[in-house]
Ligand binder design. Structure first.
Ligand SMILES: NC(=O)c1ccc[n+]([C@@H]2O[C@H](COP(=O)([O-])OP(=O)(O)OC[C@H]3O[C@@H](n4cnc5c(N)ncnc54)[C@H](O)[C@@H]3O)[C@@H](O)[C@H]2O)c1
Ligand SMILES: [Zn+2]
Length: 353
């Protein structure tokens, strides 16, 4: 088992291995402080693994709240329903919430834990690759509003993250690939070694043999960045590499055409091409990104109106700042925050990227 110690005000561990779900009871016993344990999950995950989790709790009394699967669940409606459920069963601040699912369940259960009675301890058991390398680490919790994604949220760190990589076996390929986009991102911004290693794996089987190490590397990169900038006021922005364009692409596809990971993959390529044009990113980086991204079956080009995308980004950002913060690469494994004037960005794109 690999372990990462996250050193924030309330330190916690991330445990990564095959088969950890069956050891959940033993792993959480030392941190159970109150009488109640509530598991929050979604239908898909609970149908697949609910029995295994319940059995592993081995006598620890628990209640279960099941949400519908999918992004629509990250809403006020389900947030309210979950908090009302907490109140109905008499949950108090010394009890424990376990989020058992992907980023949707983690973000919603995390935000409910942060909000209910001003904070109930919670544990993350992430079940998607995206959740295992990204959303379960770092303490960002949120739900969506009609006006946009993640507009209502809080920083609320988990007490423990239990990452059982065996759960990835049942994940649909497209969801697995979406998680790989974030893995590629970590390599691109902070670790050439991780990035280069991603070219070695011929297929998912090969990759799965190394998945504990890969997830460990990603979480450790995120740990360092979050320890430096827990509240996302500076260096944590680097984790948004590919995301400024990615979010605009997701939105252009009405959140249906592209998964988050597919949009981020395209966004990373656009950002590196822009970086090359600006003379900030070493020539050839975008080609390397394209090679790794296509190796992991993510899209490398799409029928996009780049000018419209940039206009959307400009409009969105102009509400708060004059320039646009882009995360660019110096080279593979090194990144920086570059503020660019909106008109300069538009001009660059008009000349073609
Ligand atoms: N908090 C953060 O820092 C952070 C970071 C990145 C993304 N996010 C959020 O994460 C969300 C996306 O997370 P996601 O990609 O995990 O989506 P998700 O939670 O919707 O999971 C994707 C699908 O996979 C299913 N699933 C989950 N685990 C499974 C398993 N082991 N086997 C089979 N099916 C399984 C789910 O039921 C769902 O249908 C977004 O809302 C995003 O905003 C948050
Ligand atoms: Zn992302």
């Amino acid at each position: 088992m690999k372990t990462i110690d996250v050193n924030l005000n309330n330190p916690y561990k991330i445990l990564i291995d095959f088969g950890l779900l069956n050891r959940t009871g033993e792993l959480i016993k030392p941190i159970i402080n109150g009488s109640k344990v509530v598991i929050v999950s979604d239908e898909t995950v609970w149908n697949l693994y609910g029995k295994a989790l319940s059995e592993s709790l081995d006598g620890i009394k628990h209640q279960v709240y099941i949400l519908p699967s999918g992004e629509e669940t990250k809403s006020i409606k389900y947030f309210e329903a979950l908090c009302e459920y907490f109140a109905e069963i008499g949950l108090i601040r010394t009890d424990l919430v376990i989020s058992f699912g992907g980023g949707v369940v983690g973000d919603l259960a995390g935000f409910a834990s942060a909000s209910y009675m001003r904070g109930v301890p919670f544990i993350q058991i992430p079940t998607t690759l995206l959740a295992q390398v990204d959303s379960s680490v770092g303490g960002k919790t949120a739900i969506n509003l009609k006006h946009g994604k993640n507009l209502l949220g809080a920083f609320w760190q988990p007490m423990l993250v239990i990452t059982d990589v065996s759960l990835l076996d049942s994940l649909e390929s497209r969801e697995f690939q979406a998680g790989m986009a974030e893995v590629i991102k970590y390599g691109a911004i902070e670790s050439k070694e991780l990035f280069d290693s991603l070219l070695k794996y011929e297929d998912k089987n090969e990759l799965m043999k190394n998945i504990v190490k890969i997830i460990y590397n990603c979480c450790d990169i995120k740990r360092k960045i979050v320890e430096d900038d827990e509240l996302d006021l500076g260096v944590r922005m680097k984790l948004n590499f590919g995301h400024t364009f990615g979010h605009a692409i997701e939105r252009a596809g009405d959140y249906k055409q592209y998964t988050h990971g597919e949009a981020v993959a395209l966004g990373m390529i656009i950002a590196s091409k822009i970086g090359e044009k600006l003379g900030i990113t070493a020539h050839g980086c975008s080609d390397k990104l394209i090679e790794v991204i296509s190796r992991h079956k993510l899209p490398v080009n799409a029928d996009l109106d780049y000018k419209e995308l940039i206009k959307y980004i400009v409009k969105d950002k102009k509400k708060t700042q004059s320039g646009i913060n882009l995360i660019l690469l110096n080279e593979i494994g090194k990144s920086l925050i570059h503020t660019i004037d909106a008109d300069v960005l538009l001009g660059l794109v008009e000349r073609g990227i």
